[in-house]
Design a binder for this molecule. Structure first.
Ligand SMILES: NC(=O)c1ccc[n+]([C@@H]2O[C@H](COP(=O)([O-])OP(=O)(O)OC[C@H]3O[C@@H](n4cnc5c(N)ncnc54)[C@H](O)[C@@H]3O)[C@@H](O)[C@H]2O)c1
Ligand SMILES: [Mg+2]
Ligand SMILES: [Zn+2]
Length: 276
């Protein structure tokens, strides 16, 4: 894996470095991209809610300006995080995914969830602290299982009403307290399509910053049951032959990787690599 982007807790009192700016409209971009000279950006008339020192890109310190409103400096525009996931430099997307998670988490933890007091960023640590009751809050990550259920040359794919028309994907769901990854996977598959699985095989993981999932990806073999889609979540679910697949999710998603990997293995083709 490339190390162009690494996270760090940087001191916002120091000058210099690069900055990205985020609002409800996405990240600020100009013709050069999404990284701005920080000292210049801070002189622009932006409505800054908070600043975070988030890491290094190509060895240079990077800060996040989290904005209250999307005021747009001259020659700039906004681009959503999903668009960075779909195209362009994947390391830039990784940096912005981290920035988005830190910005959202800090914005949602300005007040203590225990006593309601104001919270402050802890110096040198990615944490918010309540001076009144000593509570510390850390960035939130939600473990989620994602699984390709297989039956020989067939794979089980489903579509949610939220998907682009025609697209089918793997099954996924959030872990609940008390579950192992395997428990969650079996429960989600049973809830969403009423199928049971066996031979669960861990494939790999992917950060999914929409808004704070950690996807744990698996292959699992079909064991028993007929597909019965869960009405509110799953619009349709079917077995598809690997030679006759429908439209699939975005190329850099772990959902797509799980499908492409299985097809490659069944077909004796070189295995794809999960972008990371
Ligand atoms: N990277 C990928 O390829 C890929 C593909 C599919 C899904 N995903 C992600 O996987 C995650 C889970 O998938 P899903 O939407 O099918 O989940 P799911 O099947 O568990 O159902 C979603 C429901 O879970 C509840 N929920 C929302 N946030 C939660 C949380 N943090 N913890 C527990 N429950 C929560 C809500 O009621 C929501 O409607 C989502 O973040 C989704 O975007 C990623
Ligand atoms: Mg689901
Ligand atoms: Zn408190």
């Amino acid at each position: 894996m490339s190390e162009r982007w690494t996270t760090a807790v940087l001191d916002t009192a120091l000058p210099g470095g690069w900055a990205v700016a985020r609002s409800s409209q996405g990240f600020l971009c100009n013709a050069q991209g999404v990284l701005f000279e920080r000292d210049w950006l801070k002189q622009q008339p932006l409505d800054v809610l908070a600043e975070h020192g988030i890491g290094h890109f190509d060895g240079q310190p990077v800060y996040l300006l989290e904005l209250r409103s999307p005021d747009t400096p001259d020659d700039c525009r906004w681009q959503g995080l999903r668009q960075f996931m779909l195209e362009g430099d994947f390391q830039v997307y990784r940096m912005l995914g981290y920035a988005a998670q830190i910005g959202t988490w800090a914005r949602e933890h300005r007040f203590c969830g225990s006593c309601g007091g104001a919270m402050q960023q802890v110096h040198g640590e990615r944490a918010m602290h309540c001076a009144r009751c000593e509570l510390r809050s850390y960035p939130r990550i939600s473990p989620s299982m994602i699984v390709l259920v297989t039956r020989g040359d067939e794979v089980l794919l489903a579509r949610s009403p939220r998907f682009v028309p025609g697209v089918y994907s793997t099954l996924a769901g959030f872990a609940e307290p008390g579950e192992s990854a395997e428990d969650c996977l079996r429960r989600e598959v049973m809830e969403e399509v009423q199928v049971s699985v066996r031979n669960i095989q861990y494939i790999g993981s992917q950060c999914w910053p929409f808004p704070h999932s950690m996807m744990l990806g698996f292959h699992a073999e079909y064991a028993s049951g007929d597909i019965v889609p869960q009405l509110d979540e799953i619009e349709d679910a079917q077995w598809f032959h690997i030679d006759a697949l429908p439209a699939l999710p975005a190329g850099r998603s772990i959902a797509r990787h799980l499908i492409d990997l299985y097809v490659a293995r069944r077909s004796g083709l070189p295995e794809p690599v999960l972008p990371g």
